[in-house]
Design a protein around this ligand. Structure first.
Ligand code: PMP
Length: 378
């Protein structure tokens, strides 16, 4: 059976990237590797839409999230977190772990955030040193107004704006410099179409001032070490050589496609799934659905966990279940990674078949038809 990954990371990796990574491993302190790293970092700047420094960290996305906290804050600092799901909550946990004080604006799972609340909080508590937000909250499939938040934070010269773009970057519009993002975090196993294992962080001039003055203890994630090494396109510690080789290839593909086209492709896939689900009577969980991940509410009485494991067993399709309070209630489909229009059709067909198996009667092809209209403009 053919295996298809629709999980919001890890995702399927394109053959040309897999073949690059299958080449013999080279040493990480050689001119050959440093040139690959240089090209990868230049590609990342395009991917991030930034002229700022971008660093590669060997570690999953959470490592880069942790890097933002330990470099930009000092113990005791107050930081505002906009949280509406599992990964917003992760920022809160990280901030507490390092003895800083989170001030949380809870948007509610699946809801967008009220920008006036952010502005009022920053006006009332000028001691807030950083604002943390998420581009796409993977647990709910929700997009946040990062541009709007960035505008507000940019008016505060002492406050930096940190964004978790792990799920969204490359799938939805995000312009680091234009949107005043001081630190943008991302990971390899999402829209970059790579295996998991490396993460990224961009740092603005404003953020460097914070880093240089920070009193937080840190070692592996000390970005000053990364900056020094990056002068020669080197890394302070042994880099994940194979993944960086794959990264260079993947970024080359993205550059060729064009980042705006990539956003458009994801928009079309997400719309196809949304219309397909509406046609069979299923709702999306999010009130501000993203083009990166779609969370679909299952009909009452269907166990999401079992639904996902049967999708895998019966059709070879991996979709994700719900997390925490959404466990068993939703399924989540990613639109990033090595997928094409026919994969989107396949997952919709799989969902229709599985719903019928569970007694929720759907005329086969109803959702597929709606999706085809979007995907193929028919
Ligand atoms: N933030 C978001 C938005 C994510 O989707 C994820 C991973 N699903 C993470 C953070 C954590 O990344 P990782 O699992 O790579 O550490």
């Amino acid at each position: 059976m053919k295996k298809r990954l629709f999980t919001p990371g890890p995702i399927s990796v394109p053959e040309d990237v897999l073949l690059e990574m299958a080449k013999p491993i080279i040493h990480h302190r050689t001119p050959e590797f440093l040139q690959i790293a240089q090209q990868a970092v230049e590609g990342l700047k395009y991917f991030f839409q930034t002229k700022n420094d971008v660093f590669i960290i060997a570690g999953s996305g959470t490592a880069a999230m942790e890097a933002s906290v330990v470099n930009l804050l000092s113990p005791g600092d107050k930081a505002l977190v906009i949280s509406g799901g599992k990964f917003g909550e992760r920022f809160v946990e990280l901030i507490k772990t390092y003895n800083c004080e989170p001030v949380v604006i809870e948007s509610g799972w699946g809801n967008p955030v009220d920008l006036r609340l952010i502005e009022d909080t920053l006006n009332n508590q000028p001691e807030i040193k950083a604002v943390f937000a998420t581009l796409v909250e993977t647990s709910t499939g929700t997009s946040y107004d990062i541009k709007g938040i960035g505008e507000i934070v940019s008016r505060k010269p002492e406050t930096v704006f940190v964004v978790d773009g792990i799920s969204g970057l490359g799938a939805v519009e995000c312009r680091t410099d234009q949107w005043n993002i001081d630190a943008l975090v991302s990971g390899s196993q999402k829209a970059l179409s790579l295996p998991p294992g490396i993460s990224f962080i961009s740092i603005s001039e404003k953020a460097w001032t914070k880093i240089n003055n920070s009193k937080m203890p840190r070692y592996y994630l000390n970005l000053k070490k990364y900056k020094k090494a990056m002068e020669k396109f080197d890394f302070p510690f042994t880099m994940a050589v194979g993944l960086v080789v794959g990264l260079r290839k993947s970024l080359e593909n993205i550059k060729q496609e064009g980042i705006e086209n990539l956003w458009q492709i994801h928009r079309r896939r997400a719309l196809a799934v949304k219309n397909a689900m509406a046609s069979i009577g299923l709702n999306l969980f999010s009130k501000s659905p993203s083009d990166a991940v779609t969370a679909i509410v299952l009909p009452e009485g269907i166990d999401g966990e079992k639904f996902c494991s049967d999708m895998r067993k019966d059709f070879g399709m991996s979709v994700a279940g719900g997390q925490d309070k959404l466990k068993g209630k939703v399924i989540r489909i990613s639109h990033f990674g090595y997928q094409d229009e026919f994969d989107t059709i396949a997952v919709i067909a799989g969902i229709e078949l599985m719903l019928n198996k569970y007694g929720y009667k759907v005329e086969p092809g109803t959702g597929v038809r709606e999706a085809m209209k979007v995907l193929f403009s028919i």
